[in-house]
Design a protein around this ligand. Structure first.
Ligand SMILES: Cc1cc2nc3c(=O)[nH]c(=O)nc-3n(C[C@H](O)[C@H](O)[C@H](O)COP(=O)(O)OP(=O)(O)OC[C@H]3O[C@@H](n4cnc5c(N)ncnc54)[C@H](O)[C@@H]3O)c2cc1C
Length: 318
């Protein structure tokens, strides 16, 4: 039986749903599962980590781990992988996993596959990863004994009926990183929902033209408790900050609902959102490429359509 260690994604003390998604997939593959969690004051999350589908919880809880630092976090994952005898270590996609996964792979002498969307076990392990802005799917055969994988957001579904069992192993605090010391982490203080956490994302494109257009689409996002995203055109024009850009050179999102408002659907934008479960587009051009990927499309002027959508949403919500 394969042994899969999932690296818990914890943000400000809250366990992210990606952890359950990865554990659900690992269990669906018939693997033995464990989870490793690092941070300060995170030990009380053990029952939740078990409920998310792990049978062993390796926990590195130490004040020195309060601020994310790639070296010590990687050391804790390597420690857990060794104790568990992991064949695979899975990370959900995040800025921190991008930094930790290659370090773990190097230390475990494992292959490192990033942005994967599927895994099959058998005589050999194979992973699927979209490449060239999602135009092709690579099927990659893993020739090493161990695999470190970073899973694309939304690639695996959480199994709500899943549960594991509590069996906590405390890890020793890893040595601090002397080469790079993280002094402070400044987070987004806007109070906006992060693109990576959102169940609904509403994104604005050049069709919104100006600040008033951006604000109109922003109001729609607020009505839906959605994260507010953007095409690169609106970032380049200075209407939206870069951390809101969705696409090849921005964030990759896979929410339940993605609404593209005044966005043409350039391949670089699609690369960041075409894994969304349902895509809805508003565009005045019936030939806009966004309609090729949209499940629902409204051909019309967003300045007329968005107020109608807002009115209907408010009716339903009240
Ligand atoms: C290397 C590279 C990386 C890139 N990375 C990214 C990336 O990460 N993310 C990204 O988004 N782009 C990226 N781009 C840019 C990308 O190619 C497009 O230029 C960009 O996505 C276009 O943004 P847009 O759809 O908002 O604008 P446009 O392509 O100009 O489309 C505007 C759309 O709005 C519609 N419209 C106009 N007026 C209205 C109205 N009143 N009502 C309704 N619809 C209206 C138009 O019909 C049109 O379809 C990248 C490009 C390169 C070369």
């Amino acid at each position: 039986m394969a042994k899969i260690l999932v690296v818990a994604d914890i943000k400000q003390g809250v366990l992210k749903s990606s952890t359950t998604e990865l554990l659900s997939k690992a269990r669906a593959l018939g693997a033995e599962t464990a989870v490793v969690a690092m941070g300060s004051g995170i030990a009380p999350l053990a029952p939740e980590l078990a409920k998310a589908g792990s049978d062993t919880q390796y926990i590195a809880d130490d004040a020195s781990l309060e601020l994310f630092s790639a070296g010590p976090y990687a050391a804790a994952v390597v420690d857990a992988a060794g104790q568990f005898g992991a064949d695979m270590v899975w990370f959900g996609f995040s800025e921190s996993s991008k930094a930790v996964a290659p370090r773990v792979a190097a230390q475990l002498d494992a292959a490192c596959a990033t942005e994967i969307t599927d895994v099959t076990l058998g005589d050999t392990v194979e992973v699927i990863r979209p490449a060239i802005t999602n135009k092709v799917l690579q099927r990659v055969k893993i020739n090493t004994d161990r695999l470190v994988a970073v899973v694309r957001a939304g690639a695996f579904e959480a199994d709500e009926g899943i549960t594991g069992s509590e069996n906590v192993v405390q890890l020793a605090a890893p040595a601090p990183d002397t080469k790079a010391v993280v002094r402070e982490i400044v987070s987004d203080t806007s109070g906006e929902i992060d693109l990576g956490d959102a169940d609904i994302v509403v994104s604005v494109g050049r069709g919104a033209r100006n600040e008033a257009g951006v604000e109109l689409v922003h109001e729609l996002a607020k009505d839906l408790d959605a994260a507010f995203g953007s095409s690169r055109a609106m970032v380049d024009a200075g209407f939206m900050p870069h951390n809101k850009q969705v696409g090849q050179t921005g964030r990759i999102v896979a929410p339940s609902l993605y609404m593209a408002i005044g966005i043409s659907g350039a391949i670089q934008h699609l690369a960041g959102m075409n894994g969304s479960k349902v895509i809805m587009a508003v565009n005045k051009d019936p030939e806009a490429p966004i309609f090729n990927v949209a499940d629902y499309g409204i051909v019309g002027d967003l300045f007329e359509v968005v107020p109608i959508l807002r009115e209907e949403i408010q009716k339903v919500r009240s």
